[in-house]
Design a protein around this ligand. Structure first.
Ligand code: NOJ
Length: 536
C-alpha cells in the first residue's frame, strides 16, 4: 500500500494516446497500444500517467472539445480497452489520471445542440447566452491567434454564446446547478472505473462576473472545493491536478487549505528554466522560487519543462516574452498565441548537455516532475504541422518504418527524421542500447531521485555562490540532505561552498569531491550538474 500522499513524490508522464502506439494498424495510437508499452514506462520509473482527452470528440481542439463525457473516441478503442489499460497499469504500480474538461464542451455535444435549438430545452441554460457581445469585456482572449472575441453569434439560438477558447468550445454555465451536478457525475463515472484522479483543464474560467476578468473567482473556488470534498469522502487516494496558467499567488488559492487541489502545475517556473539556461544566469529561476508562496502540507507542485501545448509565455513580462521569442522562436512559424510551439530538444539546440541540465533542474527543484512523452529521448518537432500538432508526432520506438509506432501505411502524422533529429539516434531501442544516452541518463536520474526523500518531500535552501551562473541549492528532508549544483552557462565555473564533512559524493556518477577546512571547491564543466551528498 502506498501512502495517501503518493503524488508528492511521484514521477508523472504525459501521454498523447494518438501518438504513442498503434496496436490496430490504422495509423492512430490507441489504448491497447499504450497498454503494450506499460513495461517501458515502468522501467523508466514512471508512477503516474496523465492521458490527454480520450473521449468522443470532433477533434477541433484534439479532444479538449468533448462530445460525450462517458465514452472513448473510436480511434482510441473502447471502454473495455480502457478498463484493461487501468488493470494492467495498476498491476505494475502505475496510476492513471485523465483529463477532466470542466469549462467547456464541443459545439457538437448534444447538450449544446439542444441548447441552441430550443429556448425551452432543459439544456438551454447549460451554456452562457447573451443578446449582446459586450458583456464581460474585461475577460482576455486566450487563443489570440484565432479568436477575435469570447462571444460567437449562433443563428439557431439567435443569441451569442460565451467561449474562452475556440468558438467550437462553448463554455458551460456554472451558475446552473444542473451543470454543476452533471460534472460531478462525470467525475464519479471515471472514478468508479478506477482512474486515480484528474488533470482538471482550464479551471480559472468556470464562472463569469461583470466587472472582473472572469478568472479565479470565489464562485469557481467554491465549486472546485465541492469536487474535492466529494473525492475526499468517497475516493480518498485519488487526486486533482490543477491547470491554472496563473501567477503563483493566484495558483496558491487553488490548493485552498488542502481542501481544493492536491497538485497544481507550476507555470511561472517553467519559462524561467529556459531563460536561465540561455542567459547562463540562475536569477530567473531564483526569482520564480522567491515568488512561490508556501503551500499547505498535503499539497504539491507539478513541475514540467514542456507539454502538448505551446511553451506558454503568459507568466513573463512583455520584455521577457519578446526576448524568449527572439531567442527560442526565431522563425515566426515557431510562435503560437503567447508562446512557442517547439519541443524540449529543439529548444535546447539538441545539445544533450543542456537537455540533461534542464532535467537536472526538473528533478531536483521542489515539486513532482512530469515528463512529456518523447522528450525523454529528445524527440524533434515539426513546425510545418498546424497549431500544436508539431509537438504531437508519433513516439519513436525504433528505427524501422514509422519508428515502431504503427504498422500502417499511412500514419496520422509523419515521424520526425531529419539531419538534426535522425530517427536512427532518436528512438527508444537505440538509446536503450547506448550507454549515457539521454534516455539512460534520465532513467538513472529518476532511480536516484527515488532513493532520496529530500527530492520529493524536502524543503529548499538557495545558496548564493560566488557566481550566478550556477544554480545551487540544497534539499532537506529529515536526515536526507542533498546539494545540487547546476552550471547554467556555456563556460567552466569554479564554485566555492562552505560545507561540513570530509567529502561529498555525486550520487549520479559516484564521484567523490574532497572538502578541505569545511570548504568545497569544484570546477564545473559547461552545463555540468552535480547532485551531492555528504560521503557516507
Ligand atoms: C488547456 C489544454 O492544455 C489545451 O490543449 C486546450 O486547448 C485548452 N486547455 C482548452 O481546453
Amino acid at each position: 500500500m502506498s501512502p495517501p500522499d503518493w503524488y508528492k513524490n511521484a514521477i508523472f508522464y504525459e501521454v498523447y494516446v494518438r501518438a504513442f502506439r498503434d496496436s490496430h494498424g490504422d495509423g492512430h495510437g490507441d489504448l491497447q497500444g499504450l497498454t503494450q508499452k506499460l513495461d517501458y514506462l515502468k522501467d523508466l520509473g514512471v508512477d503516474c500517467l496523465w492521458l490527454m482527452p480520450i473521449y468522443p470528440s470532433p477533434l477541433k481542439d484534439d479532444g479538449y472539445d468533448i462530445a460525450d463525457y462517458y465514452g472513448i473516441h473510436p480511434d482510441y478503442g473502447t471502454l473495455d480497452d480502457f478498463k484493461s489499460l487501468l488493470k494492467a497499469a495498476h498491476a505494475r504500480g502505475i496510476r492513471i489520471i485523465t483529463d477532466l474538461v470542466l469549462n467547456h464542451t464541443s459545439d457538437q455535444h448534444p447538450w449544446f445542440q439542444a441548447s441552441r435549438r430550443e429556448k425551452t430545452s432543459r439544456y438551454r441554460d447549460y451554456y452562457v447566452w447573451s443578446d449582446t457581445d459586450k458583456k464581460y469585456s474585461d475577460a482576455r482572449i486566450i487563443f489570440v491567434d484565432t479568436e477575435r472575441s469570447n462571444w460567437t453569434w449562433d443563428s439557431a439560438a439567435g443569441q451569442y454564446y460565451w467561449h474562452r477558447f475556440y468558438s467550437s468550445q462553448p463554455d458551460l454555465n456554472y451558475d446552473n446547478p444542473a451543470v454543476r451536478a452533471e460534472m460531478l457525475n462525470v467525475m464519479k463515472f471515471w472514478l468508479d472505473l478506477g482512474v486515480d484522479g484528474f488533470r482538471a483543464d482550464a479551471v480559472p474560467y468556470l464562472f463569469e462576473r461583470e466587472g472582473t476578468n472572469c478568472e479565479n473567482l470565489a464562485e469557481t473556488h467554491s465549486y472546485l472545493k465541492e469536487l474535492r470534498r466529494y473525492i475526499d469522502k468517497h475516493y480518498p487516494d485519488r487526486i486533482l491536478l490543477c491547470e491554472a496558467n496563473q501567477w503563483p499567488r493566484d495558483v496558491r488559492a487553488y490548493f485552498g487549505e488542502d481542501d481544493e487541489f492536491h497538485m497544481a502545475f507550476h507555470f511561472p517556473l517553467m519559462p524561467r528554466v529556459f531563460m536561465s539556461i540561455r542567459r547562463g544566469d540562475s536569477e530567473p529561476i531564483h526569482w520564480a522560487l522567491e515568488q512561490t508562496p508556501p503551500i499547505p502540507p498535503n499539497s504539491q507542485w507539478c513541475t514540467f519543462l514542456r507539454n502538448h501545448d505551446e511553451l506558454t509565455l503568459e507568466m513573463v513580462s512583455e520584455e521577457d516574452r519578446q526576448w524568449m521569442w527572439k531567442e527560442y522562436a526565431p522563425d515566426p512559424r515557431m510562435r503560437l498565441n503567447l508562446g512557442i510551439r517547439r519541443r524540449l530538444a529543439p529548444l535546447l539546440d539538441n545539445d544533450q548537455r543542456k537537455i540533461e541540465l534542464a532535467y537536472s533542474l526538473l528533478f531536483t527543484l521542489p515539486g513532482s516532475p512530469i515528463i512529456y512523452y518523447g522528450d525523454e529521448i529528445g524527440m524533434g518537432d515539426n513546425i510545418s504541422l498546424h497549431d500544436r500538432n508539431g509537438v504531437r508526432t508519433p513516439m519513436q520506438w525504433d528505427d524501422s518504418a514509422n519508428a515502431g509506432f504503427s504498422e500502417a501505411k499511412d500514419i496520422f502524422a509523419p515521424v520526425i527524421d531529419n539531419s538534426m533529429f535522425r530517427l536512427r539516434d532518436v528512438n527508444v531501442a537505440s538509446q536503450k542500447a547506448k550507454p549515457n544516452s539521454l534516455l539512460q541518463t534520465i532513467q538513472k536520474m529518476i532511480a536516484v531521485r527515488k532513493k532520496h526523500s529530500a527530492l520529493g518531500y524536502g524543503y529548499l535552501t538557495w545558496h548564493n555562490l560566488n557566481t550566478r551562473a550556477v544554480a545551487a541549492y540544497s534539499r532537506t528532508h529529515k536526515k536526507d540532505r542533498l546539494f545540487v549544483l547546476n552550471n547554467l552557462s556555456d563556460s567552466k565555473q569554479t564554485v566555492h561552498m562552505d560545507v561540513a564533512g570530509r567529502s561529498l559524493t555525486d550520487i549520479l556518477r559516484n564521484k567523490i569531491f574532497p572538502v578541505t577546512n569545511d570548504q568545497l571547491q569544484i570546477e564545473l564543466e559547461p552545463y555540468e550538474y552535480l547532485w551531492l551528498e555528504t560521503t557516507k
